[in-house]
Design a protein. Sequence first.
Length: 72
Amino acid sequence: MKKVYRLRDLDCANCAAKMERAISKIDGVREASVSFMSQKLSVDLDESRSESIVDEIVRVCKKIEPDCIIVR
């Protein structure tokens, strides 16, 4: 299942790249893309565990960019 989330307060392109790499490593994520310019996260994930995967994505992103908010 492919989902797109808006990112609020993503402050640097380097953090966006780190977030993309970290999200891609989460079990159940097939593909992830973080766009600094459009402030969006696109993720293709396992539909049966989508809620727990999104919770893990939020946790990973907070470690990298504490001010960034993923708008669900």
